[in-house]
Design a protein around this ligand. Structure first.
Ligand code: PLP
Length: 284
């Protein structure tokens, strides 16, 4: 029998020319899980393992055109949204994501209400605000646009602790504080499945909250390495890759976390700063 065609996954994210994070990393992750990756670039960055030197967002019109032209031909089974770079880009992406929202008539519910996405494709938002080197990847005036326009249209969100703090205006420095902030975020967006990622903490526990209110702590292993560039990008892409394979939420999060842990352990050790992981280890 011929093999089944691969599932098409779309990443909407920034371009990191060092391939540790952003579009080129996401495409490696999709390939590792044997999906077919397609992409739309939100911003170009001048970047290496030593950090981000410059950012230029693309013309929002070009991004909108890319997204419609591309997906009319290659409809995705799932979408990952990463670096946005500006309010105008965030609004453009939100406009595009409307096409995946089930209509209120079909669902018999109000647009934007809690469970409007239970039957749609998985859409994972990695709310990237800052690079680990410190560069701002989304200005703070875009946060309300995320809340009002974009988050209502995604099914999953994967903030790290500092992103969770920014999204909720709460301090997040302990697991208990992360739990409190997750509940505040969930109260504002009850349809969301939330993973607060603790991978950058010395005790790397993720917290998964389902729309039902169930909360699962997922402890992880700390890997002593400087090759930590793009861990958030890789985790959210791996999560999407597993979700489209049909994993239930807890299983998908555990698998994505294990994938990133191994990618860190097998990092190639290149670059003079925060190096890339080995995102293709699954194919070894
Ligand atoms: N550059 C781009 C284009 C990204 O999408 C990301 C994602 O987080 C980063 C840089 C930041 O990566 P890191 O936080 O590992 O520095």
């Amino acid at each position: 029998m011929p093999p089944l065609p691969p599932q098409i996954l779309l990443t909407i994210a920034g371009h990191d020319p060092s391939s540790g994070a952003g579009i080129t990393a996401d495409l490696q992750v999709f390939s590792a899980f044997r999906h077919f990756g397609i992409s739309a670039i939100t911003a170009l960055t001048v970047q290496s393992t030593l950090g981000v030197a410059e950012i230029e967002t693309v013309d929002p019109r070009l991004l909108a055109h890319t997204l419609t032209h591309l997906t009319n031909d290659l409809p995705p089974a799932g979408v990952k949204v990463g670096m946005l770079g500006s309010v105008a880009i965030a609004e453009t992406v939100a406009e595009f994501l409307h096409r995946f929202a089930p209509t209120p008539q079909k669902q018999g519910i109000e647009a934007g209400s809690g469970s409007s996405h239970t039957s749609g494709i998985p859409i994972v938002l990695d709310p990237i605000l800052r690079a680990s080197s410190g560069a701002t990847l989304l200005p703070s005036d875009a946060l309300e646009v995320l809340h009002k326009r974009l988050i209502p249209l995604v099914t999953w969100i994967t903030p790290n602790w500092s992103e969770l703090a920014a999204l909720t205006n709460l301090p997040v420095g302990t697991l208990a504080q992360a739990e409190d902030a997750i509940q505040i975020l969930a109260a504002r967006h009850p349809h969301l499945t939330i993973v607060a990622t603790g991978g950058d903490q010395s005790q790397p526990t993720d917290l998964l909250r389902l729309p039902s209110g169930e909360l699962h702590p997922i402890p992880g292993e700390h890997i002593a390495t400087t090759a930590t560039h793009g861990t958030g990008c890789a985790f959210s892409s791996a999560l999407l890759a597993r979700l489209v394979l049909g994993d239930p939420p807890l299983q998908a999060v555990r698998a994505a976390k294990m994938y990133v842990t191994e990618a860190l352990r097998r990092a190639p050790g290149i670059g003079h700063g925060k190096g890339p992981m080995n995102l293709l280890w699954l194919l070894a």
